[in-house]
Structure formats: structure tokens, C-alpha cells
Design a protein. Structure first.
Length: 188
């Protein structure tokens, strides 16, 4: 058997981590048992595509420029990017809770869709499902000692990528195996 270097083993660990994060997100509880998740693991050129989009967003006149640049650097320096989002037109659960601000799920389904970083409106139960799935995924990465951080800005960049047409909203989680986490000791 050939010798496996630390780099070989760590790349394998990242691949396994992405797979286990996907399993954790997919099996997380969903309201009414309705699964509207889209899950992606991006490495190499695909991950770099998101970094490029994030850097392009820095050029927009927005007071959060430094944070976009900082997060783009984190994604660029990560080993992979785990993405979890909601399917485009995920709809509602049909419980008429009015948390979305509309009289009924039927009314919610008829309102014009918004376009910003994300597409709205979003059913509160779908948003909660997404949050639980993200939490399950990052918990799994943490249990595997793989550094990670949930990023809104990286998710917004995914929405502007070739994968964005399938999504109504997304969050992304860069993951990294290194001697020190690059995601928490960073400038504001």
C-alpha cells in the first residue's frame, strides 16, 4: 500500500466531512415532512467560482464591502464550501400560520416574488427547516474537528452563480482543516 501523506488524508477527511454534513442536513427534521432542501459540496474550481463572485460583489457600493472582502478571503482559503438552500418556489406548508405576513398560504402563493440577495417571500416553516439543517450540518463538521462558519454572504454569492437558478435562498459554510481556524479570529 502506498504511503498516504497528511495532505492525502486531509483531502479525504474533507470529502468525508462534506458527505456527512449532507447526510446530517438531509435527515434533519422538516415541517410536515416536506423536504425542500438543495445541498451542494463545492471544491476546486467550483468553490473558486463563488470566491470570484464574492470579490465582484465587493465592487458594488454597499457599506458592507470590508465584510464581503473578508468573507471572500475565508472562502478562497477554505478547503471546500458546503451549501444548503431552499428549492426555488419551495412553496408553503399549508398551515395558514400568517408568519409570512399573508392571510393564508394560498395568498402567500399569489404574491409577486422579490429578487435581492435571495428570492422571497419564504414560508417561515421552510426557513426554520433550513436553519435546522444548517445547524445539523455544522454540528457534524464540528464533531469531526473540521473548522467551519455559516456565511450569509457566501450564500448570496451562490445565488448569483450557476446554481442560483435552482434556489430561493442559500447559506454556505466554508470548511477547513488547519492548525488554527481561519473563520473566527478575523477582522470585523
Amino acid at each position: 500500500m502506498p504511503e498516504l501523506t497528511s495532505n492525502d488524508l486531509e483531502k479525504s477527511a474533507i470529502d468525508i466531512t462534506l458527505a456527512l454534513m449532507a447526510a446530517a442536513a438531509r435527515t434533519a427534521p422538516k415541517a410536515m415532512g416536506i423536504d425542500a432542501l438543495v445541498i451542494l459540496g463545492l471544491t476546486g474550481d467550483e468553490k473558486n467560482e463563488i470566491t470570484t463572485i464574492m470579490k465582484a460583489l465587493v465592487a458594488k457600493s454597499d457599506p458592507t464591502f470590508p465584510k464581503w472582502q473578508r468573507d471572500a478571503g475565508n472562502v478562497e482559503n477554505s478547503d471546500a464550501l458546503f451549501v444548503v438552500g431552499l428549492k426555488k418556489r419551495a412553496g408553503s406548508t399549508g398551515v395558514n400560520c400568517q408568519a409570512c405576513g399573508h392571510e393564508s398560504c394560498e395568498a402567500f402563493g399569489k404574491v409577486p416574488k422579490t429578487e435581492g440577495h435571495f428570492r422571497g417571500p419564504t414560508c417561515i416553516f421552510k426557513a426554520v427547516d433550513l436553519g435546522i439543517a444548517i445547524g445539523s450540518a455544522v454540528k457534524t463538521a464540528g464533531l469531526l474537528n473540521v473548522d467551519n462558519r455559516i456565511m450569509y454572504r457566501a450564500g448570496a454569492a451562490v445565488m448569483k452563480s450557476r446554481w442560483g437558478d435552482k434556489l430561493s435562498l442559500a447559506f454556505a459554510v466554508p470548511v477547513k482543516l488547519s492548525g488554527k481556524s481561519p473563520f473566527f479570529d478575523r477582522p470585523i
